[in-house]
Design a protein around this ligand. Structure first.
Ligand code: ZN
Ligand code: CU
Length: 506
């Protein structure tokens, strides 16, 4: 590791000094701290010892400290590492523990298990049901208990920290012979036992993906009953709404009812107004959210793009916006083509083409700029990528979501100040998901940190060339370990330092 660190090719110079045992492990000098709380930036030196921030002091005041590693930040921004609250990295943190698409954005923690799908606890009876296939093939699912998943994460030692929700669809698939019906009482009880096991081992809460075919037959009462163990454990309820189209207000109301019944905070996942007929309704949608906030804890996450992505859903097939096919099991050569072009090539209509492509993945260009702007800038919104790491042509959010908020939305479009952008990706996120001692640059907090250049930071990933590391992310520390160096190199450095993060109190 030292050999890599001594290389001086990065604009942020890194030097080793001797450690006489009385100083700190890492001294980051001359940075502009944006601490994740929304407060104004301030100039400081930051010292790290044993993985935590031990000292934040005025520039120059730590000059006589001995540090194993000293880094000159040249006045660039030091912020908390970004927390990706909405991911599908469940099996990737184990299978590809370098987690380069996330680490290279400055992400230091991922929350897995969103949208009703999780890798644990799962016992498959065959192929993973849609959309669990987004998490990997059958052989990626090896965790019949949540405890076994936690052990596997810690054994793999990914480069980023991992916290986890438990997916409703995953529990249904464990306990039910078919998913196109409501669960029976004994099935719900068995699901509750599994959810409780997971909560006891540190899961953050429950997620649903009620819009998906394999969960949509679950009535509200099924989710309410399943949510019963959450309150005592201090868990949360995160939901991919039953509808993001015309019935979005009804779907939000259902989520609020479930949260109220279970007495737990609600997180609406990737809040959006999907479909041309739904454009312009973000004001109404956010008003409904604000109304609910008067009576219960409610928030949402959002990714900074006007296109969504998931498995190819026949219900979402339309000619009113572009749909790009990203993969297809029976027709792999169609990956990357527009659905309309495939339909024309086959001389069939869009629905028939989509049917023939199944199972498949897609990017839907179905949102309006104004709605995305309004939702992203709302004070209830935190940032989550919703990146799909197993897609051969992933939506660019997988590699670009966080730098895009900083570069495109904050610096270029001036949608909100940089301090607010950082807060939505760090301090607020940690608070909402119950990640203690993270998300802020504070003495005593874990040293999950990112040094970035506010003038150049930007996403490089595009819809046609999505696997591109961001620009302007200079250095990333995870639990105090220098884990990524950007600049011209863009390399992961040193030992991976992420760990499983259990819910507070477990
Ligand atoms: Zn979702
Ligand atoms: Cu999702």
């Amino acid at each position: 590791m030292n050999g890599a660190i001594n290389k001086q090719t990065n604009p942020t110079s890194i030097t080793n000094t001797s450690n006489d045992g009385t100083g700190c492990d890492t001294l980051i000098r001359n940075v502009s701290v944006i601490d994740g709380s929304g407060a104004q930036p301030f100039a400081a030196d930051v010292a790290i010892v044993n993985g935590r921030i031990c000292r934040i002091a005025a520039v120059g005041t730590l000059d006589d400290w001995q540090a194993t590693q000293t880094i000159d930040g040249h006045g660039k921004v030091l912020s908390p590492g970004f927390i990706d609250v909405h991911t599908h990295d469940d099996t990737n943190v184990i299978r590809q523990p370098e987690m380069f698409p996330k680490l290279s954005q400055g992400v230091t923690t991922v929350v897995v298990g969103n949208c009703g799908i999780s890798a644990a606890p799962v016992s498959l009876k065959g192929a993973p049901p849609d959309p669990m296939n987004l998490l990997g093939d059958t052989d990626a699912f090896n965790y019949p208990t949540f405890a076994s998943y936690v052990a596997a994460v810690n054994h793999a030692r990914p480069s980023v920290n991992v916290a986890a929700l438990i997916g409703h669809t995953a529990l249904r698939s464990n306990q039910m012979d078919r998913l196109d019906r409501a669960a029976t009482e004994p099935e719900i009880s068995a699901m509750c036992v599994q959810l409780s096991e997971a909560l006891a081992h540190g899961a953050l809460g429950l997620s649903t993906g009620l819009a998906y075919g394999n969960a949509i037959s679950a009535p509200t009462s099924e989710v309410m009953a399943l949510a019963a163990p959450l309150a005592a454990a201090g868990g949360i309820y995160a939901t991919h709404l039953r509808s993001e189209f015309a019935e979005i207000l009804e779907a939000m109301e259902e989520a609020f009812q479930i949260g109220k019944h279970a007495r737990v905070p609600v997180v609406i996942s990737h809040l959006k107004c999907a479909g041309v007929d739904n454009w312009g309704r973000s004001g109404e949608v956010l008003a409904a959210l604000e109304q609910a906030q008067r009576y219960q804890p409610v928030g949402c996450d959002c990714y900074p793009y006007t296109a969504s992505s998931s498995t190819l859903d026949l219900k979402q097939v339309t000619d009113t916006f572009d749909i790009q096919v990203t993969w297809s099991e029976p027709h792999p050569a169609m990956g990357g083509k527009m659905l309309a072009a495939i339909a024309a090539e086959w001389s069939v209509d869009l629905h028939e083409a989509a049917r023939r492509l199944q199972p498949a993945g897609a990017v839907y260009h179905g949102m309006h700029d104004d709605d995305v702007n309004r939702i992203l800038s709302h004070p209830a919104t935190v940032v989550g990528s919703d990146g799909l790491p197993n897609d051969p042509l992933p939506h660019p959010r997988l590699w670009g979501a966080f730098p895009r908020v900083l570069g495109y939305y904050s610096r270029e479009k001036k949608l909100f100040p940089l301090t607010v952008a950082v807060k939505k990706m760090t301090g607020m996120s940690a608070e909402r998901f119950g990640l203690t001692d993270r998300g802020l640059v504070r003495e005593g907090y874990w040293a999950d940190l990112v040094l970035f250049d506010p003038e150049t930071v930007r996403d490089a990933a595009t819809f046609t060339d999505p696997m591109q590391a961001a620009e302007g992310i200079e250095t990333v520390w995870v639990n105090g370990v220098l884990s990524y160096r950007g600049g011209a190199e863009k390399i992961a450095t040193g030992p991976r330092a992420g760990r499983f993060l259990a819910r507070a109190g477990t």
